[in-house]
Design a binder for this molecule. Structure first.
Ligand code: G3I
Length: 369
């Protein structure tokens, strides 16, 4: 190659890179238009390390904050899957009966596609964040009316996102802490069969999406985990199209880490995928250095549990940073539950999780595609 052709080739390469950058910027316009220089991806990103053995690492996203370039940059660089923290919940997508507003959810799906990420859809049936038109009218409805409304909602939402969602949390937090099915409007009016129906309707609308039952408090053996296991076993034996169980994994550093690996493996033994769907580790504020070490250790243990179970296909943290975390509003005096601090700097908890993934790169069981 002459020096002139070398220069031409170099110019062409630069042009190609600039074009790709422009295309990416165009794709993400309306999300993050510019890169932020105050935050940087880690030297080994979580998504790259986990990707070596096919594990996806995810984050719950506040879609409003995607307009903050620093927030968008970390979300895109470090994670390979995203979950809308609120944007796909019923009350937000259908505030008025029959009128859907997909704006925020579509924005997240576009962001994910522009960043080569998969999406966990969250959620289709829950007892919280329901629209008031529904909660006001439900007590007076017949079972047939409520069932028709539930089917219409699931069908509309899953159809809207058909082909774009990797995993759907079809039914969220269906069990109470005492191991009974939660006595919410769904159970009260429709009986326990609403859960199997929800899975069947979601499957009809998008047969390729992986359908999950998602819950908290099943990370350790106990009355709730046993009840949920028996219930899922029954769904499987009836041929209900359930693909996985999500372990929310909202933990408190005051208590010892749960034996998550045993529970993940137990549910995976039913022929299902499993996933850590909402990991965070809270503590009393302000946190001491020793508290941070404990939180880091608990985060590392939960990531290790997922790494060690080949059917654990994704590990998602609930909220990117402490500023956005749901914890302080819900648990008075507690917080510091995420991997990043208020100014988006990675905390020791981040490094602890990263270390587990880097160590696992060569030895972890490969996830099937
Ligand atoms: O949208 C309204 C806004 O209009 C209003 O001005 C503002 C005033 O407080 O409230 C906004 O709604 C809030 C909503 O988040 C969106 O920000 C609700 O008050 C608030 O309760 C809601 O909290 C969400 C919570 O689910 C609802 O239960 C949290 O952000 C979200 O992190 C949390 O996520 C759940 C998972 O979906 C299921 N598992 C547990 C997890 C933590 O609770």
């Amino acid at each position: 190659m002459t020096s002139r052709t070398r220069t031409l080739a170099r110019s062409a390469a630069v042009l190609l890179a600039l074009t790709a950058l422009a295309a990416l910027t165009a794709c993400t316009s309306g999300t993050a238009a510019t890169k932020d220089t105050s935050v940087a991806a880690s030297s080994t990103t979580l998504r790259a390390a986990a990707g070596k053995f096919g594990l996806k690492v995810g984050v719950a996203v506040n879609t409003d904050r995607l307009d903050d370039p620093a927030y968008a940059q970390l979300t895109g660089d470090e994670f390979s899957t995203v979950t809308p923290e609120n944007a796909m919940k019923w009350g937000l997508v259908e505030p008025t009966e029959g009128t859907y507003d997909w704006t925020a959810a579509d924005k997240l799906v576009a962001f994910a596609q522009a960043h080569g990420q998969l999406v966990r859809g969250h959620n289709l049936v829950w007892y919280q964040q329901l629209p008031t038109w529904l909660t006001d009218a439900a007590p007076k409805m017949s079972a047939a009316q409520l069932s028709a409304i539930l089917k219409a909602h699931i069908t509309a939402e899953v159809t809207h996102f058909k082909g774009e969602i990797w995993q759907w949390d079809v039914v969220n937090e269906a069990f109470d802490d005492n191991g009974e099915l939660r006595n919410d409007i769904w159970l009260e009016k429709l009986g326990p069969g609403y859960i199997a129906d929800a899975f069947r309707w979601a499957h009809e609308a998008d047969p390729a999406a992986k359908l999950f039952l998602n819950d908290y408090g099943i990370e350790d053996a106990g009355i709730k985990a046993s009840a949920e296991y028996a219930f899922v076993q029954d769904l499987k034996s009836q041929g209900v199209p359930i693909d996985g169980v999500g372990f929310e994994t909202h933990l408190d550093a005051t208590y010892a880490a749960p034996d998550l690996e045993t529970q993940l493996a137990k549910f995976a033994g039913l022929g299902l995928d499993v996933a850590v769907t909402e990991a965070d580790v809270r503590d009393q504020l302000p946190v001491s250095k020793a508290d941070v070490a404990t939180q880091s250790d608990i985060f590392a243990q939960t990531m290790q549990a997922c790494v060690d179970v080949p059917q654990c296909i994704s590990y998602t943290v609930w909220d990117l940073d402490d500023k956005d975390s749901w914890i302080p509003q819900t648990f008075s005096g507690e917080g510091a539950a995420t991997l990043y601090d208020d100014s988006l700097k990675p905390k020791p908890q981040f490094t602890a999780v990263q270390k587990v993934l880097v160590k696992a790169e060569k030895s972890a069981p490969q996830r099937s595609k």
